[in-house]
Ligand binder design. Structure first.
Ligand code: NG6
Ligand code: CA
Length: 511
């Protein structure tokens, strides 16, 4: 069995009187304030290490997040499990490296990639009486391969442990461009059934390649299929007109649903997993954020994302919930400027450094791919400060289990370590080694980084981008202590260390 804090008496008592005396339970818990802390995970999409003012940005201001950073712990060596979205989310929710399940970026019609029979973060927290909700971008697939978009869309989040879900099913750039609440598409007219395809055009709606005059932003060929709300998407969609989302409304709709969830569940411990759509493409901020920076839609989307974070934090504060809520703020992978739409992210970036001092970004094996901002705050529990501990979101599973007093089974969250002390104390150590996933695998051991040879060549669409991928046909070795930018490959200088790290990586793979 894994290390854990023994189940507290509170939880036993709470479970015992669950249905019979729930009102009494609320009063008792509020009075003693000894219930397990609520957990809110803000998971921004494609936010880089240098994209917040608390992490050194000067071209954009993020006051709400900075306020959190000033109260809590600001991490300098925290990592998303992978350099793209789907594998990072897979690892966050399962505590397993994504390569174990070959999790990679999914199309919008992909089946659910988390087996409903395995343990997950929300299922684990339910054992400690948490109510669990997800509001935001999903991108982990839905259904079993024959999903019925016009009926019950499942399996999905509810089958892997969430009590409530309100989703952008894949990402904003992919069909279906509709909200999914629990098992159903919101506002779907049964007389206008929805269908999607990633193989062929099944719709008579205009498409991007043929109708550039209808577009708010021009796009690459991959993002030039069905046009919805003036944005051409990946994939084709027919029907579902009444259910279409309006991208500009994301900030209000998503924060509104998150706040509703908190309001409804504020008396029981709750987990809110809030994966943003921002600042992923297409970046179409609400008009009230347009022009807030000089970096165009990408900068404005950062301001919008900060506003959303503040809105939820202020709601927690106003309801006395910040007294007992662990807030975790981070990002699912590093930054990207050009990701398919002509939104001037490259042209207007100026002196802004989206990945801070690191090389590469989203998709990259270099630090910019996975080293992301991370902030934790739990009143009276986190010690304020800056932490240089090596951290990965894969460890949230075992760490939150420890926080909630849940014992993990041997086969559960196999790659997740309990680093709760490091989530709460900036002086605690965190990890001594971990894998980072991209189009290859990298192994970090303290300041050393080994990047395994890339088996497959860089995808064509990535090769054309101005991203340092870090992919090479031979193993690479870097010392981050004096080579933050991974410019100086030490593989030939330290062949023994290279071989040892290669061997250790194999051991982890085979575990
Ligand atoms: C890529 C898309 C990119 C983005 C990414 C997923 C192309 C050429 N590029 O395949 O635009 O959608 O997938 O991003 O299609 S992620 O943050 O969800 O991983
Ligand atoms: Ca992402």
């Amino acid at each position: 069995m894994k290390m854990f804090k023994k189940t507290s008496l509170t939880i036993l008592l709470t479970t015992f009187c669950f249905s019979a005396c729930s009102e009494t339970k609320h009063l008792e818990k509020t009075a003693t304030n000894n219930k397990s802390p609520n957990i809110v995970i803000f998971y921004v999409d494609d936010l880089g290490y240098g994209d917040l003012s608390s992490y050194g940005a000067t071209s954009v201001s993020t006051p709400n997040i900075d306020k959190l950073a000033n109260k809590g712990i600001k991490f300098t060596d925290a990592h998303s499990p992978a350099a793209t979205c789907t594998p990072s989310r897979y690892s966050l929710l399962t505590g397993k490296y994504a390569f174990r399940n070959k999790a990679a970026i999914l199309p919008g019609d992909a089946p659910l990639i988390i087996d409903p029979n395995i343990e997950t973060l929300p299922k684990m927290l339910k054992k400690a009486s948490y109510t669990t909700g997800v509001v935001g971008k999903w991108h982990l697939g839905l259904g079993n391969g024959d999903v019925n978009w016009n009926g019950q869309v499942k399996p999905g989040p509810l089958e892997i442990g969430f009590d409530y879900s309100f989703l952008i099913p894949a990402t904003g750039d992919r069909v279906p461009t509709v909200y999914l609440e629990n098992h159903q598409i919101v506002n779907l007219d049964p007389n206008d059934p929805i269908a999607i395809s990633y193989a062929e055009n099944i719709s008579d709606r205009p498409i991007g390649t043929e109708n550039p005059q209808l577009l708010k932003q021009q796009a690459d060929t991959q993002h030039s299929a069905t046009i919805i709300n003036g944005i051409s998407r990946i994939g084709w969609m027919s029907g579902g007109k009444s259910a279409e989302w309006v991208d500009e409304e994301f900030p209000d709709v998503l924060t509104g649903k998150a706040i509703d969830f908190i309001q409804e569940n504020k008396h029981s411990p709750f987990l809110l997993y809030f994966p943003f759509h921002d600042i992923h493409v297409p970046r179409i901020p609400n008009p009230r954020f347009v022009g807030q920076t000089e970096m165009g839609p990408r900068g404005d989307a950062i301001v919008q994302m900060d506003w959303m974070t503040g809105k939820i934090l202020n709601f927690l504060e106003a309801n006395g919930l910040m007294e007992n809520t662990l807030v975790i703020f981070s990002s699912d992978n590093g930054p990207v400027l050009d990701d398919g739409y002509e939104d001037k992210a490259v042209e207007l970036v100026g002196n802004h450094k989206p990945a801070g001092p690191y090389s590469g970004g989203k998709y990259s094996a270099l630090e910019g791919g996975t080293r992301v901002p991370m902030i934790t705050y739990l009143k009276n529990r986190t010690k304020q400060g800056v932490s240089n501990a090596m951290m990965t979101h894969i460890d949230l599973y075992a760490s939150l289990a420890a926080l909630a007093g849940v014992e993990l089974a041997d086969a559960e969250a196999v790659d997740s370590d309990n680093v709760l002390d490091a989530l709460l104390d900036p002086n605690a150590e965190g990890r001594t080694e971990m894998l980072e996933e991209s189009f290859t695998l990298s192994l970090r051991q303290k300041q050393w980084k080994y990047i395994a040879p890339a088996k497959n060549s860089t995808p064509n669409w990535l090769a054309n981008k101005d991203v340092r991928t870090g992919l090479q046909t031979k193993g690479q070795l870097y010392n981050l202590a004096d080579d933050t930018g991974e410019m100086n490959n030490l593989a030939q200088r330290y062949p023994e260390r290279l071989a040892a790290m290669e061997k250790r990586m194999q051991e982890i793979i085979n575990q």
